[in-house]
Design a protein around this ligand. Structure first.
Ligand SMILES: C[S@@+](CC[C@H](N)C(=O)[O-])C[C@H]1O[C@@H](n2cnc3c(N)ncnc32)[C@H](O)[C@@H]1O
Length: 251
């Protein structure tokens, strides 16, 4: 049986489930930021039908459910196992790739954090979802920009996701059907004592699903010494995160 890139991404996130919540502090902060920005621009607090894709362990689901009244809640993730331990019980959990699973018919809130970058053609997905959104409905999405993990890219790693976009790209994708009310992009860095800790962080957050692997001990040593030589400051090494978000409504 052929293992597709999407299968490998799913496997990698499934393996990271025991450590994801502890290790994914950037994703947790990004999800809370997205909800905070949504509350600033959106006058609605009650939604009849919310649809969140790539929900993972619920970093976005929880603040959405705490801050808003959600009538019916449809959650999706590539990894079926996340359904066993969600912080909020959904009306329905839909397992599989968001691009091909059945969607709820009439969502008035479509949300997602830190998942869109795994989709091969994120703009096409946003167009389709925007068409589905009900009049006066809201869409709040975060993903990552082209400088995400730029240290790894500079060192020739293939661990990145296929669909990074800038805030302008995301806004343009939404603006075909929706009015964009807020968007932005931040660049921040996590610091580690050793490049091996960077690799551990990637593994424990499951974001290395596309990496081909198969490194020899020598490859690992070279990667670590190059990382230190090019990026270390005061004995520590950075890993860049570049969260991007856009929030839009349908007239
Ligand atoms: C970095 S995690 C983010 C999870 C959560 N939204 C958060 O903010 O912490 C990315 C999630 O997207 C899911 N995912 C990746 N590709 C997907 C796809 N094509 N369809 C649905 N979910 C997908 C992964 O299984 C993983 O749970």
């Amino acid at each position: 049986m052929t293992v597709t890139p999407t299968d490998r991404v799913g496997l990698s996130f499934r393996r990271s489930l025991p450590s994801y919540t502890r290790e994914a502090s950037p994703q947790k902060r990004i999800a809370r930021l997205l909800v905070k920005r949504l509350l600033r621009v959106c006058p609605e607090w009650r939604f009849n039908c919310a649809f969140e894709f790539g929900c993972g362990t619920g970093n976005l689901t929880l603040p959405l459910a705490q801050e808003l009244e959600l009538g019916r809640l449809f959650l999706n993730d590539l990894v079926a196992d996340v359904a066993h331990d969600l912080p909020v019980r959904p009306t329905q959990f839909i397992a599989g790739p968001v691009e091909t699973v059945p969607w709820p018919a009439t969502p008035d809130l479509i949300a997602s954090a830190s998942a869109l970058q795994w989709v091969e053609d994120p703009a096409a997905l946003i167009h389709r979802l925007a068409e589905l959104l009900q009049p006066k409905g809201w869409m709040a999405i975060s993903t990552f920009g082209p400088d995400q993990f730029k240290e790894l890219v500079a060192l020739g790693s293939d661990a990145g996701a296929p669909g990074y976009m800038t805030d302008a790209d995301l806004s343009v994708a939404m603006a075909e059907t929706l009015d964009v009310r807020d968007s932005g992009m931040l660049t921040c860095r996590l610091w580690f004592d050793d490049p091996r800790d960077v690799l551990r962080h990637l593994r424990e957050t499951g974001v290395n699903g596309r990496a081909k692997g198969g490194w020899t001990r020598r490859d690992l040593e070279r990667f670590c010494s190059d990382y230190v030589e090019r990026f270390a400051i005061d004995g520590r090494v950075p890993l860049t995160y570049q969260p991007v978000w856009a929030i839009a409504t349908r007239a």
